[in-house]
Design a protein around this ligand. Structure first.
Ligand code: ATP
Ligand code: MG
Length: 647
């Protein structure tokens, strides 16, 4: 299973970061973080360059996380104004609509700057200023990036809510953030289906605790009919289009908030993750440059939604701070058919492509043909984020999508981190399918046991980070205590990630899944990722999710949910074959005690498997499913409940 893929020679020769660069700079970054980050901070354009670099203490008594604390800058100036002289006519954003025949937009840096300034002026006229919260509930259209940058320009704190969320979820987030204004659209489009965005906002604002919202700006996108409730609701074009196309940027302290973003809710109630201006922007831009090896002529496409942190850091802030061309795709991978991603790659000559394992597994399920019929010659680098990528899916991505030509960066990080913490630098490190490889500059991961002892060499346990990095979140919005308790209380002096990891003999990290998901079978700790990957290795299995359930003899037993490849048929023989297959791949200790067919798995709206709910089904506790509001399709759960063990 542990095959190694060397850096392609041609890639290494042109890479932004070579192995020698990495070794030298990484050593400096941990030996002298102040010197290192002080130097890297010069990537940004500061209104007042920082002289203080790092003020960090993880102790309960003197707890603080501050970077570049006396520096001043504006994020939108760094993403826009700075490029006008040299790249004004370069495409900043490419918009690819849901409908392949719809209108494509190429928005230059000059045009994007003007759009952001117009909205910035309009927001100021509507009484929004520094420190006010603005909720953005938009489809993947250019206005989403414009809205984020316009908030940044005037110092307002944006909080983007994924367009797939319901009225309840919007209301929760508005209530928690106390937003003054919402920017939305009439409707969104996903796979030709209309999403009633404005109607969802209307319903949300009828719910208690949402009266802070004074204004709703509505982008005309599909032209669908909506109720406009005057004077609260205003058409975006009517308010924005006539504004001047310059707008004085607010001077922001590096530690002034840039945005609040709620986590995807895989483990429980979403947390309002607060990021500040200087450290976040620097980390997003620097990781984007190093991990994606970005060059001026690249066309870069991250398929995430701007509603997730990946969209914030790697569609908007990182790429635009680097003057890159970033593609925004409104649609879904399966519409009109399973070739869509690759058709978009060919249409826009995408060179760098970044997606999630859930999308890769879904496309793999449809076979190679939809991929092979496209060219993909423009691709040079592939990326993955969001969940552990099963080695089988990794190899398919590498061999079929990338035709063995493109390195894969498997990037491990969290909303809390602001940017990538563990990932291959594609010109520096040979990769291993399923491993996120090595830490980024300045990042000091460690593995601890349950008592907090730091383990050395080859080991497995809980993943912690020993020191701060500039992109680290600063608090849970409005709840400093929850911030400390969630991340710093378990292991004093360290940031606890909540994930488990293994380190191999080469010092490569393998994320084994969330610590809460680890299964303890007769005293053996078994990571969910490993058993799932063994199942996915079977040619008939498209996707698998594994959880523990109470077992009289073993303490915990292994419960597997399996989704088959399109066209394969569920049978008792196949069930036995799969159990035997896992025994063979990992060993008898990991063989599933119970295997249930799953026509589909419950996932968060960002596509992550929600094992918390699967665990309750396996425990036969259907009344304890907890908060299911972040599920993409709650009906999936009903189907699983009907066929559960003991039902
Ligand atoms: P919540 O914190 O609300 O439960 P969440 O953890 O799913 O939600 P995110 O911040 O979007 O919210 O996801 C971060 C998590 O995703 C990581 O902690 C890890 O479990 C998983 N993850 C992300 N990238 C990778 C990767 N490359 N390999 C393995 N796991 C990954
Ligand atoms: Mg999390």
């Amino acid at each position: 299973m542990s095959d190694v893929y060397p850096v392609p020679e041609g890639f290494a020769a042109q890479a932004n970061v070579t192995k020698a660069d990495y070794e030298r700079d990484y050593a400096e970054s941990v030996r002298d973080p102040e010197g290192f980050w002080g130097r890297i901070a010069q990537r940004l354009e500061w209104m007042t360059p920082p002289t203080r670099i790092r003020d960090v203490s993880y102790d309960r008594q003197n707890f603080q996380i501050r970077w570049f604390a006396d520096g001043e800058l504006n994020a939108s100036v760094n993403c826009l104004d700075r490029h006008l002289a040299t790249r004004g006519d370069k495409t900043a954003l490419i918009f690819e609509p849901d409908d392949p025949a719809g209108e494509v937009l190429h928005v230059t840096y000059r045009d994007l700057h003007a759009r952001v300034c117009r909205l910035g002026n309009a927001l100021r006229n509507l009484g929004v200023g520094k420190g006010d919260r603005v909720t953005i509930y938009l489809p993947m259209i250019v206005e989403a990036a414009v809205a984020m940058l316009a908030c940044a320009r005037i110092g307002a704190i944006h909080t983007v809510v994924f367009g797939g969320f319901s009225a309840n979820s919007i209301a929760d987030r508005v209530r928690d953030s106390g937003a003054k204004l919402i920017i939305t659209a009439d409707e969104g489009l996903r796979g030709s289906k209309k999403v009633p965005l404005k109607a969802n906002v209307d319903a949300a604002l009828k719910l208690p605790g949402t009266t802070t919202v004074e204004t709703v700006l509505v982008v005309r996108h599909t032209g669908g009919a909506v109720d406009m409730q005057m004077p609260r609701d205003r058409w975006y074009d009517a308010v924005v289009d006539s504004q001047p196309d310059t707008c004085e940027p607010e001077r922001m302290n590096a530690e002034d908030p840039l945005f609040i973003l709620y986590t995807s809710g895989s483990t429980g109630k979403p947390k309002g993750v607060l990021h500040t201006t200087g450290g976040y922007l620097l980390f997003a831009s620097y990781t984007h440059w190093a991990v994606f090896d970005i060059k001026d002529d690249d066309v870069y496409w991250c398929t995430a939604d701007v509603g997730w942190v990946t969209g914030h850091s790697y569609i908007v802030y990182g790429p635009l701070a680097n003057g890159a061309t970033s593609l925004m795709f409104e649609g879904v991978p399966s519409y009109p058919d399973a070739s869509r991603f690759w058709q978009v790659v060919d249409k826009h000559q995408v060179s760098i492509f970044y997606t999630a394992p859930t999308a890769i597994r879904a496309l793999m399920r449809e076979g190679d043909e939809p991929v092979r019929k496209t060219s993909r010659k423009s691709l040079r680098l592939l990326g993955s984020v969001g969940e552990p990528i099963n080695p089988e899916a990794w190899r398919w991505y590498y061999d079929v999508v990338g035709e063995g030509r493109c390195p894969i960066v498997d990037t491990w990080w969290q909303t809390e981190n602001g940017g990538i913490l563990i990932s291959p630098l594609p010109g520096a490190w040979a990769t291993k399918p399923g491993s996120a490889t090595k830490p980024f500059f300045g990042v000091q991961p460690a593995i601890v046991d349950a008592a907090g002892n730091v383990l050395e060499g080859e080991c497995e346990g809980n993943l912690v980070i020993m020191d701060s990095w500039p992109g680290q979140m600063r608090t849970v919005y409005g709840d400093d205590q929850r911030f400390f308790d969630t991340y710093f209380a378990a292991y004093p002096g360290m940031y606890f990630t909540g994930d488990g990891a293994r380190r191999d003999a080469d010092g490569y990290y393998w994320i084994t899944g969330r610590v809460d998901d680890v299964i303890n079978v007769s005293g053996h700790r078994i990571g969910t990722a490993e058993v799932e990957s063994a199942l996915v290795l079977h040619p008939k299995v498209a996707e698998a999710a594994v959880v523990g359930f109470p077992h009289d003899i073993k303490g915990q037993g292994i419960y597997a949910y399996v989704t088959l490849v399109a066209g394969e048929v569920e049978s008792d023989e196949l069930l036995k074959e799969l159990v035997a297959h896992v025994r063979k791949e990992i060993g008898p200790i990991a063989s599933p005690d119970f295997l249930q067919w799953a026509p589909a798995l419950p996932k968060t709206r960002s596509g992550k498997i929600m094992r918390r709910i699967l665990r309750k089904i396996a425990e036969n506790a259907p009344d304890q499913l907890g908060d299911t509001s972040t599920l993409a399709d709650p009906s999936v759960v009903d189907a699983l409940l009907d066929n559960r063990r003991g039902a």
